[in-house]
Design a protein around this ligand. Structure first.
Ligand code: GDP
Ligand code: MG
Length: 451
């Protein structure tokens, strides 16, 4: 997966203070392979990887992040931007009703989506009407009626005798989807429904007749939105299908369905980039509530498969005091870390969340996590109390903390002498280990210079 590949590629970047061109090229190769594996279309991969390379080469070295994290951040930002940046809202008609037409292959999830969209609009105070224009498949009209009932939204359908809410007969008897669509919009206008959702027929594959019919429905109803509904599981085929619909019918937005499956989202990335149409909604199951507006940032972290790493990066950037970190790192490397620094570092790390979670987020930080698993927040509180009970001179030069000083500190901070001993021992041990670890991991990006 992309996440495995990136973790692999990024491991090599750890411990470096600055990205060289050959680091970037090597990482770009891994990203390229990973995207291809995630079913992203080749031309899209090319454009994407080029953008990453350009940005990584010009990147400022950040104080908060190490180089590996910086690459993840860039990849993520570019993914979000390629997926549309901000969430795009549905376009409403100036004069109601707003007409929303659904198009896509059979089985893409149009009828299911029609119900979800109707329920969602209803919750926002709209008064939607569903229109059943799939006259291809036997049972399709009935399926929409079941969906409508579940969503509590009326359905305009071609069968005679279909009635809704005591308004009498609704629908036409003709089997022409274009006429049904036109009739549905007229009915909505007359009966003051403010939104119309037109469900259309699909085929198993793209064909001329399907396209012609959908194009005719579009021409007859002049929709405010035409939503291309596409199954996220179909991978590469999404691009050819999307292109065919873009040429044959045209659409203003995309809906991704079946995101509850294990698809990594390559389809999303490709469709957005190839057609330029924004992704508006995401469907994540068969039930009415398995539906949400599309969030590019969430999709990006899904494609990247590194949601945890991304939130760690955010937290690190938010709380890391670059200058202080740099000073501390210099001291650590020189073996001159004081207890005051130790306390400050600890407080900074604590601001980022419980220490266990934090370390768990780092890819490949397994060993470090195990080593620190015993340290919990309540212990850290006591450590803090002990250090606060020391004089500035003791914090600056812990070697002077002799027996009588230890007793005084213990009494002052309400702990036993053995706890003070433990802390001081642990501090000297940590100072040694941190110096070694800084050498291995590279530490925060801005704190080390290239040699
Ligand atoms: P249409 O032919 O485009 O109208 O597709 P349908 O709405 O009839 O959906 C086809 C099948 O996919 C049905 O069995 C739906 O229950 C199922 N389906 C639709 N959307 C989703 C989704 O987001 N997740 C899952 N798991 N199934 C879905
Ligand atoms: Mg259908």
């Amino acid at each position: 997966s992309l996440s495995d590949r990136l973790t692999g590629a990024l491991k090599d970047l750890r411990g470096k203070g600055r990205l060289t061109d050959s680091d970037i090229d090597a990482t770009a190769r891994e990203i390229r392979l990973a995207l291809l594996e995630a079913d992203v279309a080749l031309p899209v991969v090319r454009t994407f990887v080029d953008r990453i390379k350009t940005r990584a080469k010009g990147a400022e070295v950040s104080g908060a992040l190490n180089p590996a994290q910086q690459v993840v951040k860039i990849v993520n930002e570019e993914l979000v931007s390629i997926l549309g940046g901000e969430t795009r809202r549905i376009a409403l008609a100036k004069t109601p009703p707003t007409v929303i037409m659904l198009a896509g292959l059979q089985g893409a999830g149009k009828t299911t989506l029609a119900g979800k969209l109707a329920a969602w609009l209803g919750k926002q105070g709209h008064t939607p009407l569903l229109v059943a224009c799939d006259l291809q498949r036997p049972g399709a009209v009935n399926q929409l009626q079941v969906v409508g009932e579940r969503a509590g939204v009326p359905v305009y359908a071609p069968q005679p005798g279909t009635s809704v809410g005591g308004e009498g007969e609704m629908g036409v008897s003709a089997g022409d989807p274009v006429e049904v669509a036109r009739g549905g919009v007229e009915h909505a206008r007359a009966s003051h429904f403010d939104t119309v959702i037109i469900d259309t027929a699909g085929r198993l594959g793209v064909d001329d007749e399907l396209m012609r019919q959908a194009a005719d429905v579009r021409a007859a109803t002049d929709p405010d939105e035409v939503l291309f509904v596409v199954d996220a599981m179909i991978g590469q085929d999404a691009v050819t299908t999307a292109q065919a619909f873009a040429e044959g019918v045209g659409f203003t937005g995309v809906v991704l369905t079946k995101l509850d499956g294990d698809a990594r989202g390559g389809a999303a990335l490709s469709v957005r980039e190839v057609t330029g149409a924004p992704i508006l909604f995401a469907s994540t199951g068969e039930k009415l509530e398995d539906f949400d507006v599309f969030h590019p940032d969430r999709m990006a972290s899904r494609i990247l498969g590194m949601g945890d790493v991304l939130s760690l990066i955010e937290q690190a950037e938010e709380h890391w005091d670059a200058k202080q970190a740099e000073e501390a790192a210099t001291k650590i490397m020189g073996g001159e870390l004081t207890l005051e620094d130790f306390l400050q570092q600890m407080l900074m790390i604590r601001k980022m969340g419980p220490i266990g979670n934090l370390l768990g987020m780092l890819p490949g930080a397994g060993q470090m996590k195990d080593a620190l698993a015993q340290v919990d927040d309540s212990q850290l509180d006591r450590v803090q109390a002990i250090i606060r009970g020391m004089t500035p001179a003791e914090r600056a030069d812990p070697k002077i903390i002799n027996g009588s000083r230890r007793l005084r500190i213990a009494n002052g901070s309400g702990v036993s002498v053995s706890e003070v001993n433990q802390l001081v021992d642990r501090f000297f041990e940590a100072r040694k280990q941190m110096a070694a670890m800084t050498g291995r991991l590279g530490g925060p990006g801005g704190s080390r210079k290239n040699t």
